[in-house]
Ligand binder design. Structure first.
Ligand code: HEC
Length: 430
């Protein structure tokens, strides 16, 4: 349940220390946490930027959570509104991407998508994604995402590779985030409805090298302070970190649009770098191709014949998309779809991916914006970062309230085990 007010909140790092873990501040690659972190995620402080500090010798980009959430959104252009997502999906999703790119690209790749340098419009990050093994790293605020198993990204891919991502909301979405979190000691999911015109966009990067995923040639590359063993499918808090290059693989977009209010209220689309296997050579942020667009889950689809509410780009040939050909991205779980998983955004958190053996039909309904996946819960309007943030907050409260050090230790161990499988893979959230 959503916790009641408490002055005590526990961050991930303090939880590890309090549990007696000698993991923080010691060992190769962990010198980062030796620097004292400023207080954050407390009822009267800012939200935290990341789960660990950057390495002591790091002089490059440092992530600062864009958290000056506006109380009202300025009037802004909505260039995608000129297109019908059902009949012009390609133009529609490209218009949203151009809007996201505007003011965010600059010659220094490390300084791209830095909200404080964008003079065109504000972009904001969701709070409380900095908790647990998969929490934000400190250079670009990347969270650990689903691991790509061999051949999921490309026929040349022989090993598993970790993926990392950072998401941004435009001002309309950020107004909602600000309302949910107005009282930082007691967030209120009842304010979790996103206004029309909300855009959320997420940049997904992979540790996979060009030798295994050739279409990544020319992809923008960021440094990130992530788990040093890029092939480790289940890192934990003791796993060493290192600054590794990560390459742009996928860009996810979600738009709340009244044009599809009769279906789900949301249009989701995704891009793959370089056009995917056998795709287009090129370089830079703009060398991406839409994989497809969806605005509904095609409930009752028998598994063959055309899908009506997913439109895939015929020029892109990914090794997989989503369940029965519905839209999903390169890093995503093929048993799910964008809207299937995001429809489970609610408080308390729902089960994102149909469990093995379960009838998948409930996960492929069309839930209108505002309808919770599980009756009686608070719908969070397809916004999983809001859902994950609230769950992380609740987990921190549960740690703070543990009746004994042993109980806290057990709870922490349970959370660490859950984190081995990120929610985007179908794992539970705290
Ligand atoms: C199996 C679950 C799952 C699937 C499938 C999935 N996502 Fe997400 N997505 C998540 C989770 C969990 C988050 C929040 C945590 C994070 O960002 O790491 C998220 C965050 C996002 C965000 C940031 C805003 C928000 O709503 O939280 C966008 C945009 C997004 N996803 C788009 C997409 C698109 C587009 C697809 C399909 C191509 C997709 N997602 C498929 C689980 C999923």
């Amino acid at each position: 349940m959503v916790p009641r007010r408490s002055a005590v909140v526990v961050t991930w790092t303090t939880a590890l220390v309090a549990a007696g873990a000698a993991w923080v501040g010691v060992g190769p690659g962990r010198e980062a946490t030796a620097q004292p972190a400023p207080a954050c995620n407390m009822p009267t402080t800012d939200f935290c930027n990341a789960v660990v500090q950057p390495p002591a010798n790091w002089h490059g980009h440092v992530f600062e959570l864009s958290q000056a959430y506006p109380t009202a959104a300025p009037n802004d252009a909505q260039p995608w509104a000129a297109f019908n997502p059902r009949t012009q999906p390609d133009q529609y999703i490209k218009a949203v991407l151009a809007h996201f790119y505007e003011g965010n690209l600059r010659p220094d790749v490390e300084m791209c998508f830095e909200p404080k340098l964008n003079t065109v419009r504000g972009w904001y990050n969701a709070p409380w994604q900095d908790f647990g093994t998969n929490g934000r790293e400190p250079i670009h605020g990347l969270t650990r995402e689903r691991v790509s198993r061999p051949f999921e990204l490309d026929p040349h891919q022989s090993r598993s590779w970790n993926n990392y991502a950072v998401g941004f909301y435009n001002a309309p979405g950020a107004v909602t985030i600000g309302r949910v979190w107005a009282d930082r000691g007691r967030p209120n999911p009842a304010f979790g409805s996103m206004p029309n015109g909300t855009v959320a966009a997420k940049l997904l990067f992979t540790t996979a090298p060009v030798s295994e995923v050739p279409y990544l040639q020319g992809a923008p590359t960021w440094n990130a302070y992530v788990y040093a063993d890029a092939n480790d499918p289940a890192p934990g808090p003791t796993s060493p970190r290192a600054v590794l290059p990560v390459r742009l693989l996928q860009i996810d977009i979600a738009v709340k649009d009244p044009q599809v209010a009769d279906v789900t209220g949301w249009v989701f689309g995704t891009f793959v770098y370089g056009g995917g296997p056998g795709g287009q050579p090129g370089a830079g942020w703009t060398n991406v191709a839409p994989v497809g667009v969806m605005w509904g889950n095609d409930p009752g689809y028998p598994g063959s014949g055309p899908l009506i509410q997913t439109s895939l780009n015929p020029a892109v040939h990914m090794p997989h998309v989503g369940f029965q050909g519905r839209l999903n991205g390169p890093v995503d779980n093929a048993a799910s779809s964008c809207l299937s998983c995001h429809a489970t955004a609610e408080a308390p958190a729902g089960t994102m991916v149909p469990p093995h053996g379960a009838d998948p039909a409930p996960w492929f309904q069309n839930l209108r914006s505002g309808t919770p996946f599980d009756p009686g819960r608070q719908a969070l309007d397809y916004s999983l970062q809001v859902s994950v943030g609230l769950s992380n907050f609740a987990a921190a409260q549960a740690l703070a309230r543990s009746p004994s050090p042993a109980a806290r230790h057990n709870l922490l161990m349970q959370m660490i085990r859950m984190d081995a499988r990120p929610p985007r893979d179908g794992g539970a959230i705290h």
